[in-house]
Design a protein around this ligand. Structure first.
Ligand SMILES: [Ca+2]
Ligand SMILES: [Ca+2]
Length: 219
């Protein structure tokens, strides 16, 4: 009989926790249209982690307080209907100890796509890089991969999974940009090879000096 009672007690405890959690976090509906969100550390020093939220349908990105859930800063898209905020990434580019941001905009520049660099200290947009189409900015990450002896300064890696090649559609491409001192320099790319392969569908940084590229199934 004792063994039958133990699961009942556990079930009651879990229900109590679930109610408590729902009550605490019901403010998060404020950003329901967000397409992307990343942690950016405790930007304002109030001991609560803050985050960056991208809302490309409305062309805006917010730096959001992890305490009040209110925006600490809002950036509106420099060019309308650009998809500004589709993907986000954060690394300390200028080595001042504060995370800096990259925001992608796949429909910027009449569909060529662009990314914007934001200094995490001043929160100013300090530069932009341009793509070559193919939904450039569908994915993004930082990795210290160029020059091929790592220098400790991360490059911006951007995926353009809709990039066509020859008679094939959505073959995909990944482009690498050096961003030292916030100067943007295109340094290389790699591409898929198959029809609808969507090379660069998503990107990840397994270590500081490497990146992984995800390819969508071609079936
Ligand atoms: Ca904070
Ligand atoms: Ca910085």
């Amino acid at each position: 009989m004792m063994t039958a009672r133990i699961p009942l007690i556990l079930a009651i405890a879990l229900t109590a926790n679930a109610v408590s959690t729902q009550t605490t976090y019901n403010l998060t509906h404020r950003y329901r249209q967000a397409a992307s969100v990343i942690p950016v550390g405790d930007w304002n020093g109030d001991k609560h982690p803050d985050f960056l939220v991208g809302d490309p349908d409305n062309g805006r990105v917010d730096l959001v307080s992890g305490y009040s859930f209110l925006p600490l800063k809002t950036w509106n898209e420099p060019i309308s209907n650009s998809g500004f905020g589709t993907r986000l990434a954060a690394r300390d580019i200028n080595k001042d100890g504060i995370l800096d941001f990259v925001v992608t905009a796949p429909s910027d520049q009449a569909g060529q796509g662009a990314f914007y660099l934001i200094d995490g200290k001043t929160l100013a947009i300090v530069n932009q890089g341009l793509g070559k189409g193919g939904t450039f900015g569908w994915s993004v990450c930082f990795a210290d991969v160029y020059p091929f002896i790592p220098d400790g300064i991360p490059e911006v890696i951007i995926g353009a999974p809709s990039q066509p090649s020859g008679t094939f559609t959505e073959v995909g491409e990944v482009r690498i940009y050096e961003v030292k001192n916030y100067n943007v320099t295109f340094v290389g790319s790699s591409a898929g090879s198959g029809n609808r392969e969507r090379y660069g569908e998503s990107l990840w940084r397994p270590t500081v000096t490497s990146m992984a590229v995800r390819v969508k199934s071609t079936s």
